[in-house]
Design a protein around this ligand. Structure first.
Ligand SMILES: Nc1nc2c(ncn2[C@@H]2O[C@H](COP(=O)(O)OP(=O)(O)OP(=O)(O)O)[C@@H](O)[C@H]2O)c(=O)[nH]1
Ligand SMILES: [Mg+2]
Length: 640
């Protein structure tokens, strides 16, 4: 468990931590000289054989609230310190407001310096604190009168903290590993060490991690968890990680960076959040107000875009989009604090709802419905609501990343939820089963309508069918739809054209006769039948009408128009596709050039280029520079 102090300057936080742990956390010469804390201090107290309590001691000075914030965003338990002689002071209230905005409900009040006052004063300040805590997340927190100097009351406070830690047990392991870096230093002989609070997941020696948001890959060489050497570290602990990696040096890493498991590395600069404006704010919060956003151990300047209503009244909670000046790492539920532009006062705080918010349409009704779904705490309920709202499906990786789900947690969720899962790993999409059924039906009825109007043709180009939808699905989703319909035998897809299985294009008698002559000639031509002009010569036909006929035949799917003036039988194109496929397998990297393809297929140079261009057009290959890679199996594109 990690406990952080908080409270006004000079109220005895550091002395209290020393009384509890024996450690003086004021180490900087400047801190010694001025007798105040400036930066975060760290101390540990042994709890039992294999566990200890971690303390983060924060500075109380109003100028160092930024440091205080870096210390308290990831803690489990707040120890609010107030001096019995002074009573509550401005940073007592500001720190309490921060703890409340962060939603910290676990904590206690330490009433320090009781050696300086009489019992009556102790009771008086106790009552003042009770009133102050009223209505906050810490309402009803126990109060411990202590003296850090005489040791009075310290055993009772210590027993209480130990009891809380024992009752809490180990934090439940969840999510990918994320640690908010608050210090980094080099240790002679060991190298670079970063320390911080583990927000989620676990880490083990030899793990590969990523410094985020910059994206630097590192390896874990050693771990200290709660100040003890350990093979692993986990959520709810403070850890020091000895890391190594190419290009790594101390000056590249700063407080505020994260060190995370690679799947959790997803920098973002637009985040939707629910925030509450402090009741004590003098004015309503307006759209596009500049602020300082504090999240994890970082702080960045940002603007607040209010979703929906154009202002937030003091004391009110609302959804906002935070538009950052630079990217940070964040996931749903990360707690945040907003301070004013000049970093003089705390204004608001809350939690991230969607770390990957869109730049456009952020306040559209459809978008607000999605945000409402994402705000649902229950994982399966939130995902099911998103599915129901998302016409073109939910990107699974994105959902898992936003919620920081580990691979197993995500797979477990996908199994529990009723959905159709589409696409390949990396950009897999989940779609609601009834939506998928509706899409299938729309495709088939649009196709039937098309056939009715064009009974003499094979069928529409896939993209034309897509565009005929009332609301056209994304191309990638539509590809999945066609593949699914083809797999179930509900339609036939070939060369990016589709037809219903029982549709036979009607051919005029005259054309039937011509086809009887042309077909054998094309078949005989194999992979390289004559161009239209030569074919006309061979068959004793006029080129122009032959060309017209071949185009009609192409519309029926009987031949394929390749290049400008050549038509091939579909089987020949399929075979050429298989040749390209085999060729790619023999080449490292799988990139085929026109020269290699020509050599392998034995067809002429011009035709080879025209065939490859046709391959690009139908989505079989993709050209990069002078070479092409294969995108899909030949059977899928040409097999229909
Ligand atoms: N008499 C008495 N003095 C105390 C007690 N606790 C702290 N002090 C004194 O109060 C002064 C401030 O104590 P610190 O512990 O440094 O206060 P702090 O809250 O850590 O101050 P910042 O970190 O600067 O916000 C020091 O001179 C302490 O000796 C106490 O219980 N009794
Ligand atoms: Mg201090």
């Amino acid at each position: 468990m990690i406990i952080a102090t908080s409270g006004h300057i000079d109220h005895g936080k550091t002395v209290l931590v020393k009384a509890l742990t024996g450690v003086d956390t004021d180490r900087l010469p400047e801190e010694k000289k001025r007798g105040i804390s400036i930066d975060l201090g760290y101390a540990y107290a042994v709890l039992d054989n294999d566990r200890s309590l971690g303390f983060i001691d924060v500075p109380g000075h109003e100028r160092f609230v930024r440091n205080m914030l870096a210390g308290v965003t990831g803690i489990d338990y707040a120890l609010l310190v107030v001096a019995a002689d002074d009573g509550p002071m401005p940073q007592t209230e500001e720190h309490l407001a921060i703890l409340d905005l962060l939603g910290l409900s676990q904590g206690a009040v330490a009433l320090t310096k009781i050696d300086r006052v009489d019992q009556e004063r102790v009771e008086e300040v106790g009552e003042l604190m009770e009133v102050l805590l009223d209505g906050t997340a810490l309402e009803g927190a126990p109060l411990f009168p202590v003296s850090g100097l005489t040791g009075d009351g310290i055993p009772a406070l210590r027993d209480h903290l130990h009891g809380v830690a024992r009752d809490a047990g180990e934090a439940e392991l969840r999510g990918n590993f994320r640690l908010a870096i608050d210090r980094r230093f080099t240790v002679p002989g060991a190298g670079l060490v970063v320390t911080g609070t583990v927000f989620s997941g676990a880490v083990a020696i030899e793990d590969r991690l990523m410094v985020s948001p910059m994206g630097l890959s590192v390896r874990v060489r050693g771990i200290h968890a709660q100040n003890r050497e350990s093979a692993t570290g986990r959520i709810g602990q403070r850890c020091a990680l000895n890391i190594a990696g190419p290009g790594l040096d101390k000056d590249k890493i700063h407080r505020g960076d994260w060190i995370v498991a690679t799947p959790a590395h997803a920098p973002t600069s637009r985040l939707d959040a629910r925030i509450r404006l402090l009741r004590s704010e003098p004015r309503a919060l307006h759209h596009w107000t500049p602020v300082h956003l504090h999240l994890g151990a970082t702080d960045v300047s940002a603007r607040v875009a209010i979703l929906g209503d154009r202002q937030i009244a003091p004391g009110e909670s609302a959804l906002v989009q935070l538009v950052l000046d630079q990217p940070i790492g964040a996931v749903r539920d990360d707690r945040l604090i907003l301070r004013d532009q000049s970093a003089l006062r705390t204004m608001a705080g809350g939690r991230i709802v969607d770390p990957f918010a869109p730049a456009r349409g952020r306040s559209r009704p459809e978008r607000l419905e999605l945000v409402a779904a994402m705000e649902i705490d229950d994982l399966a309920a939130a995902f099911t609501s998103l599915l129901a709202l998302s016409q073109s499906g939910v990107y699974l990786d994105r959902f898992a990343m936003a919620r920081n789900l580990s691979h197993d947690e995500a797979e477990n969720l996908w199994r529990r939820v009723d959905m159709v899962r589409l696409g390949r790993a990396g950009d897999a999409v989940g779609i609601a089963p009834d939506r998928w059924r509706a899409l299938r039906e729309e495709a088939l009825s649009a196709l039937a309508t098309w056939h009715e109007k064009n009974s003499d043709r094979f069928g529409p180009a896939e993209n034309a069918l897509r565009l005929s939808f009332e609301k056209s699905p994304r191309p990638a989703l539509f590809d999945e739809l066609i593949a699914d319909l083809a797999a179930s035998g509900d339609l036939v897809s070939a060369n990016r054209q589709v037809r219903l299985p029982d549709h036979q294009p009607v051919m005029a008698d005259k054309d039937k006769k011509l086809w009887g002559i042309v077909r054998p000639a094309l078949e005989q031509g194999g992979l390289q039948p004559p161009a239209v002009h030569d074919l006309a010569g061979d068959l004793g036909l006029a080129p122009k009408p032959l060309f017209g006929f071949l185009r009609r035949a192409a519309a029926q799917g009987l031949v394929l128009h390749i290049g400008k003036n050549r038509f091939l039988m579909p089987d020949a194109v399929y075979e050429l596709g298989e040749i390209a496929e085999r060729l790619a397998l023999t080449i490292e990297g799988g990139m085929i050039t026109a020269g290699a393809f020509r050599g392998e297929s034995g067809i002429g140079r011009n035709l080879a280029i025209e065939v490859l261009e046709h391959f690009d057009k139908v989505g079989f290959t993709k050209r990069t520079g002078d070479a092409r890679s294969i995108l899909k199996p030949a059977a899928q594109i040409f097999g229909g």
